[in-house]
Design a binder for this molecule. Structure first.
Ligand SMILES: CCCCCCC/C=C/C(=O)SCCNC(=O)CCNC(=O)[C@H](O)C(C)(C)COP(=O)(O)OP(=O)(O)OC[C@H]1O[C@@H](n2cnc3c(N)ncnc32)[C@H](O)[C@@H]1OP(=O)(O)O
Ligand SMILES: Cc1cc2nc3c(=O)[nH]c(=O)nc-3n(C[C@H](O)[C@H](O)[C@H](O)COP(=O)(O)OP(=O)(O)OC[C@H]3O[C@@H](n4cnc5c(N)ncnc54)[C@H](O)[C@@H]3O)c2cc1C
Length: 616
C-alpha cells in the first residue's frame, strides 16, 4: 500500500495540526518521554543514531550472514562476510525441506565428500528433500547456506552447513545442477521471495563447509569441537535477534496505533449529558490495550537479558567452552515461543480493539498481524521449542533434586516451595517479592509434578518415549511458566535499578505490576490450583489489577510515544502522530486502487443492469 501524506518524523504533522483529543493526552505525562525513548534505545546517543539512520530494512540476508559469522572459520568469515555486507552477493538460509522443517535429523539433502577432487557433491535425492521455504531463494539469492547430511567414506556425520552458489553473478541465471523458484502465495511475508531449491550433483570445494567447529581434512578425516548441535547455533542466535527486530517491534507498533486511535475515537456516552467518551476511557478498552503495552516493555527488558546471556555464552564458545550452550538453547527456545505467541495475540487484540477501522488495511494492523503470525512458526515452531525448554527443565530438576549444580536460570528449582501466598491485602500484590514468588511457585509446581508423572510412567513400565509423549501437554505448560517467571523476575529487577528522576522508575513499576498481575488474573487457575493463593487473595489481585488500569491509562499515549515510531514506519491512518484519523482514512481511501475506474462496470454490471431493465 502506497505511503501517502505522512510526516517523516514522529513529532510532525503534514496536516498542520494535532487532533486536540490526542494533544491533551500529551500535556499530562507523568514522566519524560524523551528519557524513556533513550532508555529503550540504550542511551541518548543510540536514539540520535537510530533517528538518523531510520528503519534499516533487513533482508533475510542477515540469517545467511549470521550462519557464516557463528559457524564459519576466521578465513571463511574474512572471505564471505565482506561480499555479503557490500551486497556483492545475496544470501539465503536453506535448511527446511518439503518433507522436514522441525526434525532436522530427518533432513534428506546429502553432501558426499570426494577426496579425489577435494569437493562435496550435494544432492536433493527425492522430492521431499527439496529445500522449501528459504527466504529470498525464489528469485533473489545468488548464494545460500545449505544444511545437508555429511557423508565421508559412506559414513553419515549428521547435518552440516555448506555455502553453495545458486545463481550467476553475471546474469543471475541458475548455476549448473540448480533448480530454484518461488513457492507461491503466502498469508503475508510479501517482502520475501520464499523459494524452493533442488540440487543435482552440485559440486562445492572443501573450503565451503562452514568449519569453525567441524572440519573435514583433505584425507577425509572428520574433526569436531563441542556438541554436534553446535551446527544448530545459528538458530539460537536468530531466535534471540528476531524477537527484538521483528516481533517486539510489531507489538509496539500495534500498541501505538491502537492507543492513539483510542483517544481520538469517541463513541457512546459514558457520562449522561456529556459528549461521547474517548473509547480509552472504557475499562474494557483499557483491559484490552494496557496489558499489551506492559508486555511490550516487559519483553523489551527480557530481550536485554537474553542478549546479555547470548553475548556471554558466545564469548565462551569462542574460547571453545560450550558449558552455557544448553541453558542458552533452552532460554532462547522458550522465549522465542512465549514472546512470539504473546505478541501475535497482542497485535490481534489491538486490531480488534479498533473496531471496523482496525480491519481496514489502511490501519496498518492486518498486515502487522499476518506477518507476525509467521514468527510462531519459523525459526522453530513454538511447540517444539517449548518442548526443548521442558527437556532442559526436567534434566535440571532431576539434577537439582540430586543436589547437583545447575545453571543460574534454574537454581530456583531446588528452592523450598512456599505453602501459601503471604499477601494480606490488595496492596501487597503490588510488591514484586509477592508476585515474583507466586510465579516461582507455579513454575516449580508444574516442573516437579510433570517430572513425577514422567517417572511414575516409566517406573510402571511405559517406554521412555511414550511416557514423554504422554506428558508433553504438561511439559509445554511447565516451559511457559518457567519463562513467565523469568520475565516477571527480570522486569522487577530491572525496574529496581532504574533512575528515580524523570518519573521513569515510577511508571515502569506500574507497568511491571500490571504485567505480573495480568498474568495471574488471566491464568488464575494455575495460582489457585494447589491452594497457594486463596479465592479471597485472587479477589485482591483483581482489585489491584483493575486499579492499575486507571492509573496507567493517564500515561498511555506518552508510553507509546516513547517507542518513537515515525508515521512512515507505522504506515497507519489510525496511528499517525497528529491523530488526524478521519482525514487520512478518507484521503487514503480515495487514492486506493479500488477507487480507480474498474472494468467491472463495462464488463459485468452494465450488461446485467441493461438486461434487467429490458425485462421490466
Ligand atoms: C531476524 C530475521 C527474521 C527472521 C525471518 C524468518 C527466517 C526463518 C528462518 C527459518 O525458519 S530457518 C529454519 C528454522 N528451523 C528450525 O528452527 C528447526 C527446529 N528444529 C530443531 O531445532 C531440532 O530439530 C530440534 C527440535 C531441537 C530437535 O533436534 P534433535 O532431534 O537433533 O535434538 P533432540 O534429540 O531434541 O535434542 C538432542 C540434544 O541437542 C540439544 N539441542 C537441540 N537443539 C539445540 C540447539 N539449537 N543448540 C544447542 N543444543 C541443542 C538438545 O537440548 C538436546 O540436548 P540434551 O538434552 O541431549 O543434552
Ligand atoms: C514465513 C516463513 C519463513 C521461513 N523462512 C525459512 C528460511 O529462510 N529458511 C528455512 O530453512 N526455513 C524457513 N522457514 C521454514 C520454517 O523454519 C519451518 O516451517 C518451521 O521450522 C516448522 O517446520 P515445519 O513447517 O516442518 O512444521 P512441522 O514440524 O511439520 O509442524 C507441524 C505441526 O506438527 C507438530 N510437531 C512436529 N513435530 C513434533 C513433535 N516432535 N512433537 C510434537 N509436535 C510436533 C508441530 O508442533 C506443528 O503443530 C520459513 C517458514 C515460514 C512460515
Amino acid at each position: 500500500m502506497a505511503l501517502l501524506e505522512t510526516s517523516k518524523h514522529s513529532q510532525g504533522s503534514v496536516l498542520g495540526s494535532v487532533n486536540p483529543d490526542l494533544a491533551s493526552e500529551r500535556q499530562t505525562a507523568s514522566f519524560c518521554v524523551e528519557k524513556l525513548t533513550a532508555l529503550l534505545d540504550g542511551g541518548a546517543e543510540q536514539t540520535r543514531i537510530r533517528r538518523a539512520v531510520g528503519d534499516v530494512a533487513f533482508l533475510l540476508h542477515r540469517v545467511f550472514m549470521r550462519s557464516i559469522s557463528v559457524l564459519g572459520s576466521d578465513k571463511q568469515v574474512a572471505k564471505w562476510i565482506p561480499l555479503a555486507t557490500q551486497h556483492r552477493l545475496i544470501g539465503s538460509y536453506a535448511q527446511t525441506e518439503l518433507g522436514h522443517g522441525t526434525y532436522l535429523q530427518g533432513l534428506e539433502t546429502t553432501a558426499v565428500f570426494d577426496t579425489a577432487t577435494q569437493e562435496f557433491i550435494l544432492n536433493t535425492p527425492k522430492i521431499s528433500a527439496m529445500k522449501w521455504w528459504p527466504g529470498d531463494m525464489g528469485r533473489s539469492a545468488t548464494h545460500t547456506v545449505v544444511f545437508a547430511q555429511l557423508y565421508i567414506h559412506g559414513k553419515c556425520y549428521g547435518i552440516h552447513p555448506f555455502i553453495v552458489q545458486i545463481r550467476s553473478l553475471q546474469d543471475h541465471s541458475l548455476c549448473p545442477g540448480i533448480t530454484a523458484g518461488d513457492i507461491g502465495p503466502k498469508m503475508n511475508f510479501e517482502h520475501t521471495d520464499n523459494g524452493y531449491l533442488l540440487l543435482k550433483n552440485v559440486r562445492v570445494p572443501r573450503e565451503n563447509m562452514l568449519s569453525k567447529f567441524c572440519e573435514v581434512r583433505p584425507d577425509g578425516t572428520y574433526v569436531r569441537q563441542g556438541s554436534q548441535k553446535i551446527n544448530y547455533f545459528t538458530m539460537t542466535a536468530v531466535r534471540i535477534s528476531l524477537i527484538s527486530d521483528e516481533v517486539l517491534t510489531a507489538l509496539m507498533k500495534a500498541c501505538t496505533i491502537a492507543t492513539r486511535y483510542s483517544v481520538v475515537r469517541r463513541q457512546s456516552k459514558l457520562k449522561p449529558g456529556e459528549q461521547e467518551a474517548k473509547i480509552l476511557d472504557y475499562q474494557t478498552q483499557q483491559e484490552k490495550l494496557l496489558p499489551q503495552l506492559a508486555a511490550a516493555y516487559a519483553f523489551h527488558f527480557t530481550n536485554d537479558y537474553l542478549q546479555e546471556l547470548f553475548n556471554r555464552g558466545y564469548r565462551e564458545i569462542q574460547k571453545k567452552n560450550f558449558d552455557m550452550l544448553p541453558e542458552l538453547h533452552a532460554l532462547s527456545s522458550g522465549f522465542k515461543a512465549v514472546i512470539t505467541q504473546h505478541c501475535t495475540a497482542g497485535v490481534e487484540i489491538c486490531l480488534r480493539a479498533c473496531g471496523g477501522h482496525g480491519y481496514s488495511l489502511l490501519s496498518g494492523l492486518p498486515s502487522l498481524y499476518t506477518k507476525i503470525l509467521a514468527s510462531c512458526i519459523y525459526e522453530g515452531e513454538n511447540t517444539i521449542l517449548l518442548l526443548q525448554t521442558a527437556r532442559f527443565l526436567i534434566k535440571c530438576f532431576m539434577a537439582a533434586s540430586a543436589g547437583q549444580p545447575v545453571p543460574p536460570s534454574v537454581t530456583y528449582l531446588a528452592a523450598v516451595k512456599h505453602g501459601k501466598c503471604p499477601a494480606k491485602n490488595k496492596v501487597d500484590f503490588l510488591s514484586p517479592d509477592i508476585y515474583t514468588e507466586a510465579y516461582q511457585h507455579v513454575a516449580i509446581r508444574l516442573t516437579s509434578s510433570t517430572a513425577a508423572k514422567l517417572q511414575d510412567l516409566i517406573q510402571s513400565g511405559v517406554k521412555k518415549y511414550d511416557a514423554w509423549n504422554q506428558c508433553t501437554v504438561q511439559l509445554v505448560q511447565a516451559a511457559k511458566a518457567h519463562c513467565h517467571y523469568i520475565a516477571v523476575k527480570n522486569f522487577a529487577e530491572t525496574v529496581e535499578k532504574l533512575e528515580t528522576k524523570a518519573g521513569i522508575q515510577k511508571i515502569m513499576k506500574h507497568l511491571c505490576d500490571l504485567f505480573a498481575l495480568h498474568g495471574i488474573f488471566s491464568n488464575s487457575g494455575a495460582f489457585l490450583h494447589d491452594g497457594y493463593t486463596s479465592a479471597a487473595q485472587m479477589d485482591m489481585v483483581t482489585a489491584s489489577y483493575l486499579d492499575l488500569l486507571a492509573v496507567i491509562r493517564k500515561d498511555a499515549v506518552p508510553l507509546v510515544d516513547a517507542f518513537d515510531f515515525t508515521d512512515q514506519s507505522l504506515n497507519s491512518a489510525l496511528g499517525s502522530y497528529d491523530g488526524q484519523v478521519y482525514q487520512r482514512l478518507y484521503e487514503w481511501a480515495q487514492k486506493s486502487p479500488t477507487n480507480q475506474m474498474s472494468p467491472a462496470y463495462e464488463r459485468y454490471l452494465k450488461p446485467l443492469l441493461h438486461n434487467t431493465l429490458s425485462k421490466l
